[in-house]
Design a protein around this ligand. Structure first.
Ligand code: KIV
Length: 273
């Protein structure tokens, strides 16, 4: 294994992420939506936990991230917050709670911060959400941006293919990244864009970029926990590295339990009162 930079921050804050970028230490971020898994992620030393609206897919079984509500995001975020001692916890503003209305955006962000106790919010989009970003930041709420493939706009894109391959969209993204950084966002997620573009954007702004399908030359990486653990089975984009095949392990354990119950093997003498 090659050497890597690893510091021992007691508590990860947005300032710590900035320091990590300056020191060249990569930021590791994963999603979590519940107390039990968030406890494990935090104990393992993850830097940032994203309570992503991907909960709509992996927890609730929806095809897109659009149906999840603010109250459901707050439920997930509160569960995660009860678990976490060290990681920075960022919560997605769900679809329909900020678009086109910066006052509504601020109210949604305040509700998340007040009711869940989270540390920051994430918002998808560039110039079109800038007024909302400004308003949320002016209330003292740290904001993470999200550019490239923004799943809440799936019906505009029509597909989940790589974004910003053409010059026009790439230039638009470069400008949006600068606008978000200049507005005061503490970090930006870059999703499914060419690695070279992600590298350029990362070099052009002072705040850390976190990539997903954006190559290695960004300041950190994020994956959806259920994808990297192999709990989800159908989703297999090229960027996804599976660290486990938990779906098979879970099914195997459940099958063994069913067998033991049906054959009266469980419970045995020692497992009863
Ligand atoms: O909701 C989510 O999980 C996300 C990540 C994929 C970045 O936004």
């Amino acid at each position: 294994m090659s050497a890597y930079l690893e510091s021992n921050y007691k508590k990860v804050t947005t300032h710590v992420l900035q320091e990590m970028k300056l020191r060249g230490e990569k930021i590791a971020m994963l999603t979590a939506y519940d107390y039990s898994l968030a406890t494990l992620l935090d104990a393992a030393g993850i830097d940032v936990i994203l309570v992503g609206d991907s909960a709509s897919n992996v927890m609730a079984g929806h095809k897109t991230t659009l149906p999840i509500t603010l109250d459901q995001m707050i439920y997930h975020a509160s569960s995660v917050m009860r678990a976490v001692e060290r990681a920075l916890v960022v919560v997605d503003l769900p679809f329909g709670t900020y678009q086109g209305n910066s006052k509504a955006a601020l109210n949604s962000a305040i509700q998340i911060m007040k009711e869940s106790g989270a540390n920051a919010i994430k918002i998808e989009g560039g110039r079109e959400v800038l007024e909302s970003v400004d308003r949320i930041l002016s209330a003292g709420i740290p904001v993470m941006g999200h550019l490239g493939l923004t799943p809440q706009s799936i019906h505009k894109f029509g597909t989940y293919v790589v974004r910003a391959k053409e010059d026009e969209e790439a230039n638009h993204l470069r400008e949006d990244a600068k606008l978000l950084a200049n507005a005061g966002c503490f970090s930006i997620v870059l999703e499914k864009i060419p690695a070279k573009l992600a590298q350029e954007v990362t070099a052009s702004i002072k705040i850390p970029t976190i990539g997903i399908g954006a190559g290695s030359q960004v300041d950190g990486q994020v994956l959806v926990l259920h994808d990297m653990l192999g709990i989800t089975q159908k989703f297999s984009p090229r960027f996804l590295r599976r660290y486990h095949n938990l779906s098979e392990e879970i099914k195997g354990s459940v099958k063994a339990y069913i067998h033991d119950v049906k054959t009266l093997d469980f419970p045995n003498e020692r497992e009863q009162y």
